[in-house]
Write a protein that binds this ligand. Structure first.
Ligand code: ATP
Length: 236
């Protein structure tokens, strides 16, 4: 689904990513872990075309998308949900969701029903303005809005930040279902390693812009053989 090769990203003199390479298999969840400033957000912003890399290749579904416009990449099936749960506060839940389908060329189809079915809390509040939602509901709204575009790859930045553990667990369960039922591929950036590893198939650890570990995940056994790495980057 995605192959990243030798990616270098810098903001002027500040290096954010250096020689980052990895692959993501279809219908899997890959967790991208690492401390503040490791380069996780820069990685997602580069994949979706918001930031231009200095070097490297980004092959999405067989095509190099590195030089394509953001909207072209989105239309090809990559959806990016940034950190911060940005919604249009004055619009209703349903209107926010419909915005997510605007980049599709084909008509709406059953997407709205499908999303409302997956998120009963949003269905109940579909006519309410988005500013009335709780943090967890807003997170569901931004994921639901991304799903309206029928993506094949979902880039998700820190969805559990600031949420109660029970709500974060609901978000992770939702990602698991989207992978299993829809074959969605997910690249999940998280500082909360435990939360991400509860659903991930593969884990990547970034430190100061470099990949320092990349391995299959078996629950909390991720990097079990490397106590130092676990303590330094996963915090348990
Ligand atoms: P966080 O979890 O704090 O968001 P992160 O792992 O997502 O951290 P990035 O936000 O990608 O890391 O930051 C990587 C590096 O790039 C940091 O040194 C950061 O200060 C720098 N950086 C990020 N965005 C910019 C920018 N717009 N201009 C200049 N430097 C930036």
């Amino acid at each position: 689904m995605l192959t990243v090769e030798g990616l270098d990203v810098a903001y002027g003199p500040v290096a954010a990513l250096h020689d980052v390479s990895f692959t993501v298999a279809p219908a899997t969840i890959t967790a991208v872990l690492g401390a503040n400033g490791a380069g996780k957000t820069s990685l997602l912003r580069t994949l979706s075309g918001l930031v231009r890399p200095r070097r490297g290749r980004i092959v999405f579904d067989g095509q190099d998308v590195r030089r394509l416009a953001v909207e072209t990449i989105a239309r090809r099936g990559m959806a990016h949900v940034p950190e911060g749960r940005g919604v249009i506060a004055e619009l209703t839940v349903e209107e926010n969701l419909r915005l997510g389908g605007l980049c599709r060329r084909e008509p709406d189809g059953d997407e709205l029903d499908d999303v409302l079915e997956r998120f009963p809390a949003l269905r109940e509040r579909r006519r309410q303005p988005a500013h009335t939602l709780s943090g967890g509901e807003r997170q569901m709204l931004v994921v639901g809005r991304a799903l309206m575009a029928r993506p094949r790859l979902l880039l998700l930045d820190e969805p559990s930040l600031g949420l109660a553990p029970r709500v974060a667990a609901q978000i992770m369960a939702l990602l698991r279902r989207l992978r299993d039922e829809r074959g969605l591929t997910v690249l999940l950036v998280e500082q909360n390693a435990r939360s991400a590893l509860s659903v991930a198939d593969h884990g990547i650890v970034l430190n100061l812009g470099r990949v320092v570990a990349s391995a299959a995940v078996e629950g909390e056994g991720f990097l079990a053989g490397d106590e130092q790495l676990r303590r330094a980057y996963l915090g348990f």
